[in-house]
Design a protein around this ligand. Structure first.
Ligand code: NDP
Length: 340
């Protein structure tokens, strides 16, 4: 969303952002238990300068909660499957309250056993993955998270969208430093970015998508009606397929194709599962992670290559000093949609 000259940015404290989102969500009928984890994720993303998954997403929540299957007061149900595996049924509320319900079990199991898995089922999912893996790394664990989305992405060499944009996030705990974290979709570009090119009347870079006949296209309208492409050719395609298998088939939940059919044109957030795996990195390393992991990450930074997560951490520091920046136009839009 472009800022208008007459809509100056607003700077809010973290508690003001949380309060804004809670008033919005609870005002639209969500229970506080459903609203609070979503508010926390959106506030973290806005604070870290991840504008695509911060407050920008709040107005779209209205389409999700209008989905006939969405339950505004869903109470996630935790099931201990084995010593190492837990599963939480989000019961057609948002995914994040279910993640919050399962996280203590995931962390405790990984600490005790070295590795644990948490499967989330039946959750409407629209948030970034990094806040959760970063939180797990705060317990001294490494973490991996992944989920399907809607079947917009064609496999490398194919012509029709069947894979999701399928994001994957990883976090590694560091000594006396914030964790190493990456989090990205396996599509060449985000769907929202393609929509932005369309809005601006600009052609897409090569390799982002195909038209409805499966031919390479740089026309954003044709690609939105056709298929997106995975990043990195056959490699991204295989990773997206792995994510599809591990976070839908393996946990007994909808694939990207099935979550799109479930949406039936409602334009809600995709409703599907999520897989989170936690590892105790000290287990096989003789009680503590070797110093070489720190040396490796330091050497990457020393070469001038930036560590994923470092931009966010800088933005976080800036937000702590000056407040969290919210584009004026977005702030006005949220207030206009705020229930009385
Ligand atoms: P990007 O392609 O922007 O990549 C983001 C990741 O790469 C971040 O970890 C970022 O670190 C790091 N990074 C970016 N540039 C560099 C660089 N030059 N050097 C080193 N590291 C770099 O992300 P996407 O657009 O693919 O995804 C954005 C978000 O969308 C993710 O948070 C993802 O979870 C979310 N998403 C969610 C979906 C869902 O189903 N809920 C579906 C698809 C995406 P930093 O953060 O520090 O910039």
């Amino acid at each position: 969303m472009a800022d208008l000259p007459d809509s100056p940015d607003v700077f809010l404290s973290e508690s003001e952002v949380l309060d804004l989102v809670m008033r919005f969500l609870v005002g639209h009928g969500l229970s506080r238990e459903q609203a609070a984890p979503v508010a926390s994720s959106l506030a973290k993303a806005q604070k870290d300068g991840c504008r695509s998954h911060g407050l920008q997403r709040l107005p779209g929540v209205l389409d999700t909660i209008a989905h006939p299957r969405f339950d505004k007061r869903a109470e996630p149900e935790l099931k201990d499957v084995t010593d190492a595996v837990a599963q939480v049924d989000a019961r057609f509320g948002f995914s994040l309250p279910a993640v919050e319900r399962g996280l203590p079990s995931l962390v405790a199991k990984a600490k005790a056993l070295g590795i644990s898995m948490l499967a989330i089922n039946n959750g409407f999912h629209f948030t970034a993955l990094w806040p959760v893996v970063e939180e797990i790394a705060g317990h001294g664990l490494a973490a991996l998270s992944m989920n399907p989305s809607h079947g917009w992405v064609a496999p490398f060499g194919g012509g029709k969208g069947i894979l999701g944009t399928n994001p994957m996030a990883f976090a590694w705990p560091r000594k006396n430093q914030l964790p190493y974290v990456f989090d990205f979709a396996t599509s060449a570009a985000a769907r929202a970015d393609i929509a932005l090119y369309k809005q601006q009347g600009k052609p897409l870079p090569e390799g982002w998508g195909l038209d409805a006949d499966g031919r390479p296209s740089t026309d954003p309208t044709a690609v939105l009606a056709g298929a997106m492409l995975p990043f990195g050719g056959h490699k991204g395609s295989a990773l997206a397929t792995m994510i599809e298998l591990m976070s839908s088939a393996m946990i007994g939940d909808r694939s990207s194709r099935q979550s799109q059919a479930f949406d039936a044109g409602a334009k809600a957030a995709p409703c599907h599962g999520e897989l989170i795996v936690a590892f105790n990195p000290a287990l096989l390393a003789g009680g503590s992670v070797t110093d070489d992991s720190e040396a490796l990450l330091d050497e990457i930074a020393r070469q001038g290559a930036r560590l994923p997560g470092s931009r966010r951490y800088r933005e976080r520091q800036a937000s702590e000093k000056q407040g969290i920046r919210v584009p004026g136009l977005l702030y006005s839009r949220i207030l206009a949609l705020m229930p009385d």
